[in-house]
Design a binder for this molecule. Sequence first.
Ligand code: DOR
Ligand code: ZN
Length: 432
Amino acid sequence: MTDVVFIKGARPYGEGDPVDLVLADEVIREIGPGLDVPEGAEVIDGDGFVVLPGLVDLHTHLREPGGEDAETVESGSAAAALGGFTAVFAMPNTDPVADNAVIVEHVHRRGVEVGLVDVHPVGAVTVGLEGERLAELGTMANSPAGVRMFSDDGRCVHDPLLMRRALEYATALDVVIAQHAEDPRLTDGAQAHEGVVAARLGLAGWPATAEETIVARDCALAREAGARLHVCHVSSSRTVDVLRAAKDAGVQVSAEVTPHHLLLTDALLTSYDPVNKVNPPLRTGSDTSAMRTALAEGVIDCVATDHAPHPTQVKDCEWSAAKPGMLGLQTALSVVVHTMVEPGLLDWRGVARVLSERPAEIAGLPDQGRPIEVGEPATLTLVDPDAQWTVRGARLASLASNTPYEGMRLPAQVVATVLRGRITARDGDIRK
Ligand code: DOR
Ligand code: ZN
């Protein structure tokens, strides 16, 4: 028998009076007030909670293969489902690198076997992320994994000729190139945002121009190639200016911001706690407020977690030796509510846009980020908007525990996640 789920009294997009939803045969079968509970249905008391389309993360590090002490497809999928996600894009900076059809198919197959979220492998742009030769983008795109997005994330595709060729292939294959925008010549040895805090702490600076210049260059290259460019983890207000101008000029560029670049600043660095070390680095308060405005206005299209688990030995060490990166899957929605909904910059429809609809559109996913309507896929997230919870890294589903939000009280809690009619997470527990 297929699952039948009855959500009683919830509010799609947090709008209007509560309605009931009947989910059956992988789709939304009925929506309306006072519906009958179908026989054998699992009932979820919606209690006026918000229903969103399932969240989609364009930027997740699942670390498999090769980094299984930090995360696996299984543990990362659990973290994703508990965080309200129904699809994630797994970055290729694994060991070996996902720069060929064998590895992307392995990651894809593990995602299907685990079955908690749709795991879409991102293929590397260059062989071994070395920035010297293009990987076989076409073979990965045409493999059963059906790769739609390519990135050397962790590293920038720095060579302009290679980037130009990658964008030309992207046009031909109708895929997206996601750039980690960082000119390595400007960030050699960098440890923190180049500014007052880094100067005071004696840490080598990562200038915002290292991001801005690559984004400007890539927009020009994408325009010429007629390609779709996606800019990973925008961190600087100056980059927003470049994106706005490029979009106004008709360049097919999209951009993401991470939850941590919406909330956290380099003021945290005075603790010297490497949990706050991330690439691109935490910047200033005027940058975080520029990120929020740009996301509200749509100059930045979406939120992506850059969920980057690391084992204790490379985070709980001296600053310069620590690896950059922080967990994000189970805290993303709450941080977006805290930084965007609470100050009135986004309503729940806006949350659906930046965490589900736009990412699904950018990656070309036909069955995610869909409207909450009868006949559409039953791929949904139910959220208690009034709940508060305290973040504890040790209790998160990730194998790693490098959360910068340890001990922080955050608003909004995922009550249930549903993937094509099947409950994958409910009340903080995973459903297998
Ligand atoms: O902080 C980061 N961590 N930024 C990246 O670009 C890569 C990521 C990782 O893989 O740990
Ligand atoms: Zn990156």
